[in-house]
Ligand binder design. Structure first.
Ligand code: GEM
Ligand code: ZN
Length: 376
């Protein structure tokens, strides 16, 4: 049996593989950071029908070590179709076993979104979704941070910004962007036509390519949590954020969505700007309308569970959602999808996955289209 992780978004260390029924593994921390929780590795040389056991021995020290209860590892025989493997968090380790039907299998914390698929998505957006490469920044290690613009009316007054995967382990975020870009390829979509008559879309499908490729959970190649850099972005530590902020200041922002994944809460939810100094009844109304429209649409989204609300003036303005909402006095959300399942509509086979993330991206576009007139 061979175990490997030296590939795009790979992350595992083999502690002891001498006992195939109890292979001892460990997750590797982000570069220059203590954060870890993401794992992604390949096992080859399996005997179909024989049971194999794996143990992530340092799960109890991970960034969100309260998040393992109810979590089940993702697995795939072909890197396209993913399913969940019953997993148990016990005595500080995450244990799971499998009786494989093939000689090789991949395991991951969530269905990975590869850099190769990212490159394909950018090409799809440019060739089929009416997007243009408005600007391109660079990550610390020199990977492109593409800022796409979708504009059918250059005089459109509204500027809608959607960024994804500031936290590199939150691969559901770029699946969401793929769903949104896929919908932009549709013809005869009346909602989309109405939206693009009044707004331009500014999309960043992946904010943190270095971290994603390196198999990081939370930080970029300098160990910086990009979602804590929005008051101090700089070329050395957070060029990814600096680039997007500079573009936002040139273009303007009328609605901002920051797409993330959450380790602990088994639901799709949003976090707004109620703690911002500039929060107003207008923004409160817009937040409530966005949330109620998404629920009414029948999207996989709910408002019962989520992060604790911030008190007045207590927001952390180093976060993208709060920083952008405050600076541009606009509707601004962090949108969270689960690493576990959306328990309002559980799917034991797959839990939350890329396909459902894509569906949510499409649904969010409908809500944005319905609200574009009233954003200002
Ligand atoms: C979260 S955003 C945290 C927002 N918290 C509240 N109470 N609004 C982060 O960056 O920690 C997003 C994420 O990591 O997915
Ligand atoms: Zn995040």
């Amino acid at each position: 049996m061979q175990i490997s992780a030296n590939f795009d978004s790979g992350n595992i260390e083999v502690i002891d593989a001498s006992n195939p029924q109890r292979v001892l593994l460990a997750m590797r921390p982000d570069l220059a950071s203590h954060h870890f929780q993401w794992f992604h590795f390949k096992v080859e040389g399996l005997v179909p029908g024989q049971r194999y056991g794996f143990s992530l021995t340092n799960a109890g020290q991970s960034a969100y070590n309260q998040a393992w209860d109810g979590y089940h590892a993702a697995a795939s025989y072909d890197q396209r179709n993913w399913f969940r493997v019953p997993s148990r968090f016990d005595d500080g380790a995450l244990d799971f076993s499998l009786e494989p039907c093939e000689a090789q299998v991949w395991f991951a914390y969530f269905e990975p979104y590869s850099r190769a698929r990212h490159d394909w998505l950018i090409e799809q957006a440019l060739s089929k979704a009416g997007a243009e490469l408005f600007a391109s920044g660079q990550s610390i290690e020199g990977r492109a941070i593409q800022l796409l613009r979708v504009s059918r009316n250059p005089a459109a007054p509204r500027k809608i910004w959607i960024i994804a995967q500031q936290h590199p382990g939150e691969h559901m975020a770029e699946w969401f962007m793929e769903g949104l870009i896929e919908r932009l390829q549709q013809r005869g979509d009346a909602e989309l036509d109405a939206l693009l008559a009044r707004a331009e879309l500014y999309l960043v499908p992946n904010m943190n390519p270095d971290g994603a490729v390196r198999g990081h959970l939370r930080t970029n190649a300098a160990g910086q949590d990009l979602n804590r850099a929005w008051q101090s972005a700089n070329a050395a530590q957070s060029p990814e954020v600096l680039f997007v902020q500079q573009q936002m200041r040139q273009v303007g922002v009328d609605l901002f969505l920051d797409i993330h994944g959450d380790e602990e809460i088994p639901h799709v939810f949003s976090a707004g700007c109620e703690g911002n100094p500039g929060y107003s009844p207008r923004l409160e109304r817009l937040e409530a309308e966005f949330r109620s429209r998404l629920v009414a649409l029948g999207a996989e989204f709910q408002t019962t569970y989520g992060y604790p609300r911030s008190g007045p003036g207590q927001a952390n303005l180093t976060l993208a959602c709060n920083a952008v909402g405050q600076e541009f006095d606009c509707l601004s959300f962090t949108l969270e999808m689960p690493f576990k399942d959306h328990d309002d509509n559980p799917n034991p086979l797959t839990a939350w996955d890329g396909r459902r993330s894509m569906r949510l991206g499409k649904d969010v576009l409908s809500v944005v289209a319905a609200m574009v007139e009233g954003l200002r």
